[in-house]
Design a protein around this ligand. Sequence first.
Ligand SMILES: C[S@@+](CC[C@H](N)C(=O)[O-])C[C@H]1O[C@@H](n2cnc3c(N)ncnc32)[C@H](O)[C@@H]1O
Length: 294
Amino acid sequence: MRWTAEVLVFLDSRCELLVATHSPYAWKARMAKAMVRVWDAWLARHWGLPSAQIDEFAAAQAELVRPIEDDRNLPPTAAVPHDDFTPLARILLTERPQKVLELGTGHGNTTANICALVDAHVITVNALPHQMSGRVVTFALTQDDIGRVYRKHGYADRVTQIFESTIAFDPDGYLPRDSVDLAIIDACHDSSFVTNDFFKVLPSLRGNAVVLFHDTHPSMERHLAGSYRACMQLRACGFDIRHITGTWWGFWRKPREPRRRRWRASLLRIATRIILRLRFRPSVGSRRAQTIVS
Ligand SMILES: C[S@@+](CC[C@H](N)C(=O)[O-])C[C@H]1O[C@@H](n2cnc3c(N)ncnc32)[C@H](O)[C@@H]1O
C-alpha cells in the first residue's frame, strides 16, 4: 500500500514540477498543464471520491453555537458562501474527541472553535516562514500570529503548539500511538504534502478515529486541486476517503481493529512482558539474594 502511494506521489510530483517550472516556451507550459489534466482525469476516472451527505457522518444538531469569528478561514466567508464550519461542528459534537491533531494552525480560529465546542486537547502544527517549502501554503505567518485567536480566547492551556513543517514533524515525539480521535489536515495543499501528512498521522490514530481533509473538492479549481488529487491517490491505496457534499471536506474513518486481532495483540504484549521479566530479572540485590546473604 505504501509502495503504491510512493509510486503515485512520485508521478504526481513530476507533474507538479512540470507546472511549477517556468519555461520561456509557451508550448512547454501548455504541454505541462495538459499532462497534469490527463493525470487528474485518469485518477478521477478510477479513484474519484464518492460523495456523501454530512448526515451519514454526524448526528443532527438542533442548535449550534455561534462560531468564534476572529480571523475565520473556514467558509462561509465574504468570498466563499458555502458552509464548512457547520459540518465540522456537527462532527465534533457527534464524535466528542478527547485528542485532536490539527496540521495547519493558521491564526488559530479552528483551534479556538474546537476548544469552544468540545472538551478536547488540541495538538496543532504550523511551519514558520523559513521552514516552508511547498507551493500552495495559504499564509506565511510569524510566530506571534500563528494561533493568536485561541490564545486571545483563553484556550492556550488546552493546546500544544508545534512550530514545524509537517514534512519534518514527528508525531511520535508528542503523541502515543492509537491516541488521536480526530485529525484535521489543512497545512500545505500540494498533493505530495497532503499524502505525507496523512501517512504521518496514521499511526497515532486510534481505531474509529476520523481524518478530515480541508480544501478538498472535485472541481479541483485552483487551491482545491492538490488535496483532492492526494485523496484520490490515497483511495488508490485502499483508504475509503469520501467527499462531503456541498463542502470542501474530505472524510475518512479509520476502521476498528477486529476484536480477534486486538485479543491476539494484547496476548502477545502480555507474553512479551512476562518473557522480558523472566529473562532480565535482576539477581543481585533482589529479595531472594538478600535473604541468602542475611
Ligand atoms: C489553510 S491555513 C490553516 C487554517 C486553519 N486550519 C484555520 O482553519 O484557521 C494553512 C496553514 O498551514 C501553514 N503551512 C503551510 N505549509 C506548511 C507546512 N509545510 N507545514 C506546516 N504548516 C504549513 C500555513 O502557514 C497556514 O497557516
